[in-house]
Design a protein around this ligand. Sequence first.
Ligand code: KG4
Ligand code: ZN
Length: 338
Amino acid sequence: MARLILAIETSCDDTCAAVLDGPRILSNLISSQAAAHARFGGVVPEVASRHHLELTAPLVTAALAEAGASLDDVEAVAATAGPGLIGALLVGISTAKAIAAARRLPLIPVDHLQGHVAANFLEPEPLEPPFLCLVASGGHTLLAGVRDHAGHELLGQTLDDAAGEAFDKSARLLGLGYPGGPALEKLAAEGNPAAFEMPVAMARDPSLNFSFSGLKTALVYRCRELGEEGVAEHRADLAASFQAAVVGQLIAKLKRALKKGDWEAVALGGGVAANGPLREAVAALCEEQGVRLKLVPRELCTDNAAMIGSAARFAPRLEYPHYLGYDAFASGESPAAA
Ligand code: KG4
Ligand code: ZN
């Protein structure tokens, strides 16, 4: 009997396809476009859409092959509906619609952020709600209160830049390539986090919101003061000091959220959750606060389709043909199916 979920994720610059059997990942393929965008120093939406167009269908074929499955085994097709780059999303959702319609299968549109939360529901060690989830990616930074599998309550979010965006912009300032997060983390490992004073914004603010644009500006000023040679000499220290300030703010807000709520478990999601010093700091905080910590593997923190398939298990299904007019959404809430 068909029981697998085929999932597609194309919200930004990674083309992803996965096949899931319940919470079990049978295949989870990612074709990174990073190299195509690197020479522009960031993601170019039109370039991303065109790459998705070329890559999505072959990646779906490869994901099914790796899972040892065919479309006969698939009971529903899931795809990220938003938020993200609208052209990129449209490629994924249109591909999913086409596959689903050809087979008269249901379509499951998935919210990308719920996908990051749902990465925690995957095997081998699925985390059961309730838990507090910090999602920090290139486009979003938020604290999610997860009380069931189907959704999350937004407890706080960034008021300006996302944490990953701050990593990417600061990495660029330090002459590192795109994507900046992993490169900056590597460079920071050789530096002294106390070398430069960087503002830990919002630390005393009672809300659970974040702000990272001031930190980026502080780094710009430091670099100006140091001049080209000074920056070259202190690059690792600058990276380490910047990273420590980002981690400091994320930890301060996580701690505040733990104090405000009755959470017994903490989870992380989003690309920034792959950051080693952040993972270590969250582990130390959880130990201090006596709460359980769930760390998903790094490859499930960054964008992937397995997390979309995981969220799809608990999301509303649109039966054929009611999704034929369904549209992706760049930001905000999912529109009702047309
Ligand atoms: O979740 P994700 O793959 O895509 C979005 O939904 O945005 O997150 C990508 C972001 C990028 O900004 C990238 O620089 C950042 O996550 N990132 C990291 C690390 N790995 C990825 N930031 C800090 N340290 C890392 N190791
Ligand atoms: Zn993401």
